[in-house]
Design a protein around this ligand. Structure first.
Ligand code: DLL
Length: 435
């Protein structure tokens, strides 16, 4: 099923005409309403009229997180506060958070894109959606809520936390879909098990998970734990919140970018050079319909690739692959670049290893060190040969990390339920070199 068939299945050449028209308007608007853009376009020697084709966008300068910080809190808004009906802020791991604003029409667009996302996940107005994304300044909770209401589904506004209560509601209200971060989904599954609840016998059939990187292995873990189909949703506050791109249940591979509202490019993060579709690089988004907080060529720092092949679902929008990490999350261990998600993929391929891990990066003398703390399944401790099994497993992890990622790691296997659990985005890296 497709929520907005007319737009979501536009032939590419018609879509491009629409994109160009919207892009021209967007560039004009920011030039005349946001001081930052007037200055940055003037400095780069480009004018709104220079947009004659979609390709001309590449002549325009990037917008970075630093630009948003420099204009904190409202300097990038393109409308007066009287037209802003809602504010959100990104969590921001370092420094000040980024404040984003929405007009009434922006909220309308966002609601539609989240409704499209739910329909792409196979949901209809007959579904009950358990929404465990945090409500508040974080865009996850309210964004999903707006979409569920637009679709006409029944939304349970759970927000994050209070895990035991969430399990009770899952049992009593019988939701058919759940939304939360993938790490929180695992946390829920684990708590449910501890409470003696069979999570597979709940009414849930679909999960819409995002807001943090996760792997295919993690998808399998979640699907097995709940007996559901787990789908990936992508977004960021600066561009809108959740619902910038969504995986469809038909394709289950890559997330369709809602290209009638956002233009997407991939660039080489070091040189800024545009990469051909299919190559891995940093995602750059341009909003072409946003009113309150429009962004031109925003560098997300998210690393992914675009999937140019058409999808069997009939949507004509390009897909983006899983985000493997953020260029600023990339760890450089003795000169080798590794993303936490790559370590996750290696760990979860080893039987008996649980999807709960923590990476501790440090420096001894001039040498970077990385310790991987990871939980092992309970069944291992029931084994008579426990010590031997653990030693073998540890050796296997060290070897696989070295073989696949080229990094020498120290591995510490820990007992079930000893590492921290998360209610929102997981934070898996402790980089003591930065402290
Ligand atoms: O996380 C919006 C969101 C809410 C998306 C709920 C999906 C579901 P921010 O807090 O601004 O917004 O964080 C945005 O989270 O730049 C990515 O690094 C990461 N991210 C979001 N979705 C995914 C995903 C929300 N599906 C940042 N896979 C982004 C990997 C993701 N990373």
């Amino acid at each position: 099923m497709i929520y907005n068939e007319e737009y979501e299945t536009l032939p590419r050449e018609v879509l491009e005409v629409l994109q160009l028209k919207r892009l021209k308007q967007a560039v004009q608007r920011v030039y005349h309403t946001v001081g930052f853009y007037r200055h940055s376009f003037d400095q780069a020697g480009v004018q709104p009229d220079d947009i004659k084709t979609l390709d001309d966008l590449k002549r325009f300068p990037f917008t970075t997180k630093q630009d948003l910080r420099d204009n904190y809190p409202f300097g990038m808004f393109a409308v007066p506060m009287s037209s802003v009906v809602s504010l959100h802020a990104s969590s921001g791991t370092t420094g000040r958070s980024t404040v984003v604003g929405y007009t009434k029409r922006d909220i309308d667009t966002w609601s539609e894109l989240m409704a499209r996302s739910f329909v792409a996940a196979g949901l209809t107005k007959n579904d009950i959606i358990h929404n465990a994304y945090g409500y508040g300044l974080f865009t996850g909770g309210l964004g999903a809520h707006y979409g569920a209401v637009r679709l006409g589904a029944s939304v349970i506004p759970m927000s994050g936390g209070n895990t035991k209560r969430q399990i009770m509601i899952l049992q009593d209200f019988g939701p058919t879909a759940i939304c939360c971060t993938p790490s929180y989904a695992l946390n829920l599954a684990e708590q449910g098990k501890a409470m003696g609840v069979d999570m597979r016998s709940l009414k849930l059939r679909v999960g819409v998970f995002g807001a943090e990187p996760w792997s295919e292995k993690m998808r399998q873990e979640i699907e097995n734990a709940f007996g559901i189909t787990a789908l990936n949703i992508f977004g960021l506050s600066e561009i809108m919140g959740p619902g910038v791109a969504m995986e469809c249940i038909e394709g289950r591979h890559g997330m369709h970018v809602f290209e009638d509202h956002f233009l997407v490019e991939t660039i080489n993060p070091d040189t800024g050079e545009i990469l051909p579709p299919g190559e891995v690089g940093e995602l750059v988004f341009t909003t072409i319909t946003k009113e309150a907080f429009p962004l031109i060529r925003y560098r997300t720092r998210d690393i992914s690739r675009l999937i140019p092949e058409p999808c069997r679902c009939g949507r004509t929008f390009l897909r983006m692959d899983r985000v493997t990490g953020r260029s600023d999350d990339m760890l450089i261990i003795r000169g080798v670049n590794v993303f936490p998600s790559q370590i996750e993929a290696v760990l979860l391929a080893i039987p008996g290893v649980e999807p709960h891990y923590q990476l501790i990066v440090d420096r001894t003398g001039n040498l970077d060190t990385i310790e991987i703390q990871v939980e092992v399944g309970e069944q291992i401790f029931a084994n008579a040969d426990e010590v031997k099994v653990l030693q073998n497993m540890e050796r296997q992890i060290v070897k696989d990390i070295k073989d696949y990622l080229g990094v020498s790691a120290k591995v510490k296997l820990v007992e079930p339920m000893t590492l921290q659990r998360f209610e929102g985005k997981a934070s898996r890296v402790l980089d003591k070199r930065r402290i």
